[in-house]
Design a protein around this ligand. Sequence first.
Ligand SMILES: NC(=O)c1ccc[n+]([C@@H]2O[C@H](COP(=O)([O-])OP(=O)(O)OC[C@H]3O[C@@H](n4cnc5c(N)ncnc54)[C@H](OP(=O)(O)O)[C@@H]3O)[C@@H](O)[C@H]2O)c1
Length: 196
Amino acid sequence: MRIGIFGAGGMAEALGGQWAEAGHDVMVAARDRAKAARISPRVGTWAETAGASDVILLALPAASVLEVLASAGNLDGKVLIDCTNAVGPGAALTVSDQAARIAAAAPGAHVVKAFNLCHVDVWRMTPPVFGGRPLAVPICGDVVGEVSELVRDLGCTPLNAGGLDRAALMEATMAFMVGLWFDGHDAQACFPPLPA
Ligand SMILES: NC(=O)c1ccc[n+]([C@@H]2O[C@H](COP(=O)([O-])OP(=O)(O)OC[C@H]3O[C@@H](n4cnc5c(N)ncnc54)[C@H](OP(=O)(O)O)[C@@H]3O)[C@@H](O)[C@H]2O)c1
């Protein structure tokens, strides 16, 4: 798969690095080209990277995504993976309808929300398996095929979680869960196993 990564921070390195290892064709765009080159020798501008990619991971702060997309050229037909979590006052996660905002800014693209529910250290695991069970990764969007393959490449299980209209629920879930974790609570303990 031809994958573009926007950003060269923790999420870009964790996900893009593993996808390159899995044999995908990874190109990285970031304002710091030296950081981008640590993930892949193929580095380009936003527009060059978008033009050379079918799937693009938006590994940027939520607040900067729309500005970057405006410099990325024609995104029609591209799959844009939104892994972002919006940050509010005091660095707490907040709800911003981020995926919907991206879809409105790139109406010809297929926006998919995924990979926002876990800390970057989980995405660095090869593979993220807990208690013998691979991590499940919910995907919200209308085009889930390619993203499901990328989830499997991490050793995770893709979970088709519905259309992009459900992405805001996932964003809100993450904001709530992170608040629990930061307060020292085991958020997973809030949910019974499926048979219950
Ligand atoms: N970290 C996590 O645990 C985690 C987990 C799930 C989802 N996420 C989400 O994933 C996204 C990326 O997180 P991250 O941890 O990879 O962040 P990060 O390590 O801080 O990297 C952010 C990247 O975005 C670039 N950037 C920052 N502001 C920019 C701007 N105005 N224009 C263009 N590029 C800009 C940074 O460039 P410079 O290096 O030049 O600053 C860097 O390459 C965020 O939306 C975050 O909410 C993070």
